[in-house]
Ligand binder design. Sequence first.
Ligand SMILES: Nc1ncnc2c1ncn2[C@@H]1O[C@H](COP(=O)(O)OP(=O)(O)OP(=O)(O)O)[C@@H](O)[C@H]1O
Ligand SMILES: [Mg+2]
Length: 343
Amino acid sequence: MATKHIIVDDLSVEYLGATKKIYALQHVSLDINRGESIALVGESGCGKSTLGVSFINLLPLNSRITSGTIKFISNSKEIDIFKTPTSELQKLRWSKIVMMAQGALNAFNPVMRIRDHFIDTAYSHGWKNKTEILNKARYLLKRVHLDSERVLSSFPHELSGGMRQRVLLSLGLLLNPEVVILDEPTTALDILTQRNIIELLKELKKEFNFTLIFITHDLSLAAELADRVAVMYAGKAVEVGDVYDIFATPYHPYTAGLITSTPKLRGESTEVTSIPGSPPNLSEIFKGCPFYERCPLRSNVCINSQPKLTAVEEKDGHLVACHHASKNTLEHIKQGDWLSTIQ
Ligand SMILES: Nc1ncnc2c1ncn2[C@@H]1O[C@H](COP(=O)(O)OP(=O)(O)OP(=O)(O)O)[C@@H](O)[C@H]1O
Ligand SMILES: [Mg+2]
């Protein structure tokens, strides 16, 4: 039986925009197990990063948590993230939960050599021995296949994007975190470099045994790396399950649409289609299913009643929020004429 590491319960987050509110997360519940690798996937704007920063309560000032909790379980103690004082949270970040935010590759201090990034991070968490810090940094940099001496004395701009991503990974592991959150870590990189980073992440996970939360819009990357997948749509988790179940038997038409719009990495090439339409405006709270407008399986019940995330009959741990969820959804979607062929 898997032990829970993070429990998200009924989380809602809104942003106060210039003229209106944006309901970025709407009643999201999700359990993350110790030692697993879970991918949060979905189209741009569905709330992935908002959930990512919520894990360590780094939401921006114009945001508000309007419902729910996030609990982090460490050494058998339950930590309520939103009730933890900032000083305690600062200790928790990097040492227990490390978040590599979207675009973090550009967040290195340009006037600091890489060695000083390691030293600063360790000092701010109470390490005092510089030799010890640098030895650990050297080990970690070698572990990500970098020339540690050259990298330590470099400035960030002297390194390529792929190298900076590796440095960031080793910096993130400096304090042996229990949870590593990576928000679109490979988006800015070419496809071969992306593959290398994915392989590297698998190796690092094996050695350091952290829980990995991997945020991506790329379903094929999720398939490569994750044990479980949480599919998000319009601020909600709409399907959660084991990676094989999600890909072989998606119950939600949106998940099925994502699968048929993702080119296969291996095996025979198949037709790739796109989901017509675009995600809804998040400045309204949905009365019914947020996928209604784009859904080929919709019916009247979907207009006024919000489907709840519930277990599918066949599989333990496979959850879906759809009034018409069925194990035949992928077949229906493939046969349907609602998908526009793009290739
Ligand atoms: N600081 C902010 N102020 C106002 N609105 C925001 C802010 N950050 C995000 N949003 C809005 O909240 C919604 C969710 O954004 P979020 O960044 O979580 O999506 P995402 O799934 O990470 O998207 P992407 O794949 O493009 O990174 C979007 O509608 C976005 O415009
Ligand atoms: Mg994002």
